[in-house]
Design a protein around this ligand. Structure first.
Ligand code: PMP
Length: 392
């Protein structure tokens, strides 16, 4: 008995076989379903069966909220990929890296020596909108979102008395660039958001060795819905403060999620990441080739370009194949790039959300969704970009 079919918005009918012509496409969310075919191939190995009487306690034996096995496999994963040093690091789990971002900003704002002025949270434009949204929503008296790092640096307000927290996203969401910290000084603390620092999206150029870095299951296995992330933290004090945040906000991370994460990551590291990273990289490379062809002769729209680099994981020079296309509307008459795409039935994410100025005219298109979504996106892009550019 087949379950009732949940058709995506481009198909209809009992078995989802009837194509709806010209249906709109969702290129907004970063749902990482491009890895779904890999997990279909490994349905058995990745499956987890949990009986009702299993894992009922809050804590593991010994009183911890953390699965030691999962911690071990995470250290192994970083070793296999070569993307982060885990020696002399505490590992903290969170309900997605979303929770850990809030925990990190909270922990670092507590080390603010100036009691009169809140710590300032900054990121370089374009930045992932959640940083700003979280800080403004939680509205702590100890933390204020200040905006763009370069603007702050230029304004010379960095007087060494104000505690500054810079979030460095590398590769960056939305544009895929390898960002580096902009601010420095004794009063500057840094959070490195490495959600996309995996061989699918960017060459692995070095082993990162930062004080506080964040990773997410969402972008390594694609299981965004399991809500699991981890932090590598050098300083015990900062780690303890972050741990307290996670304990008070959710009493640790779901043990069922930890079990599932363990099973998935064991599959990933089982062959040294060989199959999943090749599959994921090749999928995105093909998508970028298609996209680059469509946009190659367009004078109306442009895509970001990032030079290939040597990847220590693949042991070859590799192209950047970021999760998102950061599309610029070059013509002045396209005053609202997001709306230009919406009119062509493509819903992306408005560049303004990432802190870019409206006159810069950007829209972000997600390339990590399911193949059907990507194919539909390509069909609509071929109509939108000028005729002469459509050679694919
Ligand atoms: N950081 C960045 C840069 C992201 O793009 C995302 C998710 N899109 C996150 C963090 C949050 O990831 P998670 O699903 O682990 O909460």
């Amino acid at each position: 008995n087949k379950p009732p079919c949940e058709c995506n918005n481009c198909y209809t009918g009992k078995d989802c076989s009837v194509h709806v012509s010209d249906c709109p496409v969702d290129a907004n969310s970063g749902d990482p379903l491009f890895l779904e075919p890999f997990w279909m191939r490994h349905a058995e190995k990745s499956a987890v069966l949990v009986s009702g009487w299993h894992r009922m306690s809050y804590r593991y034996k010994g009183g911890s909220f953390v699965s030691e096995e999962l911690e071990k496999v995470i250290r192994k994963l970083h070793k296999v990929v070569g993307n982060a040093v885990t020696d002399n690091r505490f590992i903290l789990f969170g309900t997605g890296s979303t929770q850990l971002l809030a925990a990190a900003a909270h922990a670092l704002s507590l080390s603010n020596s100036s009691s009169s002025s809140p710590a300032r949270l900054l990121a370089s434009v374009p930045f992932y909108a959640l940083y700003k949204e979280q800080a403004e929503f939680f509205d702590s008296t100890r933390l204020k979102f200040e905006g763009d790092t370069s603007a702050w640096k230029k304004s010379k307000r960095n007087d060494n008395n104000t505690q500054v927290i810079e979030i460095v996203t590398s590769p960056n969401n939305p544009d895929g660039k390898m960002k580096r910290a902009v601010l420095e000084g004794p009063n500057v603390k840094t959070i490195h958001d490495y959600a996309y620092n995996w061989p699918y999206f960017s060459p692995i150029t070095h082993q990162t060795d930062e004080d506080l870095s964040l990773f997410s299951l969402s972008k390594i296995t694609g299981h965004a819905g399991s809500r699991f992330g981890w932090a590598l933290v050098k300083d015990k004090n900062v780690y303890e403060k972050m741990k307290r945040y996670v304990t008070l906000s959710s009493m640790g991370v779901s043990r069922t999620t930890q079990l599932y994460g363990l099973q998935l990551l064991k599959v990933v590291v089982g062959d040294g990441g060989e199959e999943i990273f090749h599959f994921g990289y090749e999928t995105l490379k093909k998508r970028w080739e298609t996209l680059n062809k469509i946009f190659s002769t367009s004078t109306r729209f442009s895509l970001q370009t990032i030079k290939p680099e040597y990847c220590n994981y693949f042991k070859k020079v590799k192209d950047f194949t970021p999760s998102y296309a950061w599309v610029k509307c070059e013509r002045l008459e396209d005053t609202n790039c997001y709306e230009t795409f919406r009119a062509a039935k493509i819903t992306g994410r408005d560049g303004k959300v990432f802190g870019s100025e409206p006159e810069e005219r950007f829209v972000r298109l997600s390339l990590i969704r399911a193949q059907d979504d990507f194919d539909q996106l390509v069909g609509l892009l071929k109509k939108l970009v000028p005729e002469e550019a459509v050679g694919v």
